[in-house]
Write a protein that binds this ligand. Structure first.
Ligand SMILES: Cc1cc2nc3c(=O)[nH]c(=O)nc-3n(C[C@H](O)[C@H](O)[C@H](O)COP(=O)(O)OP(=O)(O)OC[C@H]3O[C@@H](n4cnc5c(N)ncnc54)[C@H](O)[C@@H]3O)c2cc1C
Length: 464
């Protein structure tokens, strides 16, 4: 239970963090709440500069029974950073140091407020990259990505954040430091506390530093936009292309026609609008090139993989920077949400062999609820993660329960997941409870109680 923050508490916090790191009242206005307008509802933000400040703050909060909501880049999509008056929002914006990049060991040690973009820029100078990429790259922080176990466009080959983290440091609920800043891949030392903290959305500990694995950067790439008559055909072609001995697929993103056509139209990308009539699903395949002049050779191999696949429709080899950036814009731009605001979003994993049946079945069941509902779907093809928006001329908020049932019911027992990469936060809590195997929920509650007996770290997130 959080106490309200009176002037005595404010003075105590200033003594711990310095006046310049305690923000309340109108001084909170300087911070952008980011993706969720309720992110800064605590109206009380602290910006510690070191792990020892985080420790002292957490110890004080524990003594005073004040709860803490950690926040990084504020790009989370499930309400995990929401706060209420009486709580303290701990912003990691001053934990921004890139402490080490080791090209031989291929890892970086960073403070948790470093953005993915900043880490990638520093690593690129040494020919390396974090091996993970998402649309929020310039805002999302390493701490937030760890807390949400972010996935993104390279997860199918490099894994999600869970696989990118070699070690981490976190301040626990009692103010002690969990120091596991190992820089090697193999370390079997009993229960993996680090992996419990990854994906815990700020409910088990506050991540202050991390050791991130790095991968060689691929600066020379070839990009293709390919249309198919089904997702199954797209997957079969992808498998063929990946199977080619000298082809390395770096990204494989899928868009169903409604998303592709509407977004290209709204962005006035006329040649892409014309291409939209060529198929039902559209896939961006990016491959590594050894030499820039290999493009035509690579195109031959990629197109051979497509041509051998039933359901392949058409392809564009994208040679100019402009063509490439337009296609990625169609994948990443949220024009659909600007055009139809107030849509309901879902982030699910559907096993590859069931993708077509799932999306087609969804169209039918949504149509039965209300024939004016519109479905937009896209995702990370390589790992069968779908991002779905259900919307319409009028936001379908009132139909939320029925729509969610259409989205989730077919996934139950399918081997897929109702929450692929964005986490639970507050948005997916109900589904977690409905779906959660009782043993899972019991263990999760025990873990929370063991890590945070007073329930002060990001309370009522993940578990209601
Ligand atoms: C345009 C866009 C594209 C996106 N694309 C993808 C994608 O492809 N794949 C994907 O997985 N996600 C994607 N996301 C969502 C993704 O979860 C976030 O971008 C990112 O992982 C969150 O980082 P953040 O620093 O913004 O965290 P925040 O939003 O600040 O916080 C998110 C959660 O982490 C907790 N947290 C933050 N920092 C810490 C810390 N230091 N210690 C403990 N807990 C902490 C917060 O309490 C909250 O629960 C996208 C979001 C946007 C807006």
């Amino acid at each position: 239970m959080s106490a309200s923050l009176g002037s005595d508490k404010i003075e105590a916090l200033k003594a711990i963090l310095g006046n310049e790191n305690v923000h309340f009242g109108s001084s909170v206005e300087r911070f952008d709440p980011g993706f969720d307008t309720e992110n800064l509802n605590s109206r009380f933000v602290v910006t510690p500069e070191s792990v020892s400040q985080v420790q002292d703050l957490v110890k004080w909060c524990n003594n005073q029974f004040v709860s803490i909501v950690p926040l990084g880049g504020r790009t989370g999509l499930v309400g995990g950073g929401k706060s209420t008056p009486g709580q303290i929002t701990l912003l990691t914006s001053r934990l921004q140091k890139i402490l080490q990049i080791d090209p031989l060991g291929q890892f970086a040690i960073v403070e948790s407020g470093v953005t993915l973009g900043a880490l990638n820029a520093a690593a690129a100078a040494l020919g390396l990259s974090a091996g993970i990429d998402l649309g929020a790259r310039d805002s999302c922080t390493i701490g937030g990505m760890i807390a949400t176990n972010a996935g993104g466009m390279e997860a199918f080959r490099n894994g999600s954040m869970r696989s990118r983290v070699l070690g981490l440091e976190a301040v626990m609920a009692d103010g002690s430091v969990f120091d596991d800043l190992i820089t090697v891949l193999k370390s079997n030392i009993g229960y993996d506390i680090k992996q419990l903290i990854i994906g815990s959305e700020g409910t088990l500990g506050i991540v202050t530093k991390a050791v991130i694995r790095l991968e060689p950067i691929h600066t020379r790439t070839a990009t293709f936009l390919i249309s198919f008559d089904s997702a199954k055909a797209a997957i079969q072609a992808l498998r063929r292309i990946v199977g080619e001995a000298d082809v390395k697929v770096l990204r494989s993103e899928i868009m169903w026609r409604s998303h592709f056509e509407v977004t290209a139209t709204l962005l006035n990308f006329n040649s892409l609008v014309a291409f939209a009539s060529s198929g039902s699903v559209f896939v961006i395949i990016e491959t590594k090139l050894d030499r820039q002049d290999d493009f035509d050779g690579m195109a031959e191999k990629v197109l051979a993989g497509c041509a051998a696949t039933d359901g392949y429709m058409d392809a564009l080899g994208l040679k100019s920077e402009r063509e490439i950036s337009d296609v990625w814009r169609v994948r990443e731009d949220w024009a659909v949400d600007r055009c139809y605001p107030g849509g309901l979003w879902y982030d699910v994993s559907v096993p590859h062999q069931q993708l077509d049946a799932y999306v087609n079945g969804l169209k039918n069941s949504l149509n039965k609820i209300d024939s004016s509902l519109i479905l937009f779907a896209l995702g990370h093809l390589g790992d069968s993660n779908l991002h779905i928006t259900v919307t319409g001329e009028v936001p379908p908020t009132a139909l939320g329960e029925q729509i969610s049932e259409c989205i989730y019911e077919p996934i139950k027992g399918s081997g897929g997941s109702f929450s692929a990469e964005h986490g639970i936060g507050v948005e997916k809590q109900k589904t977690l409870i409905n779906w959660g195997n009782p043993t899972r929920l019991k263990l999760m509650r025990s873990i929370k109680a063991a890590f945070d007996p007073n329930g002060l770290l990001n309370p009522r997130k993940i578990l209601p």
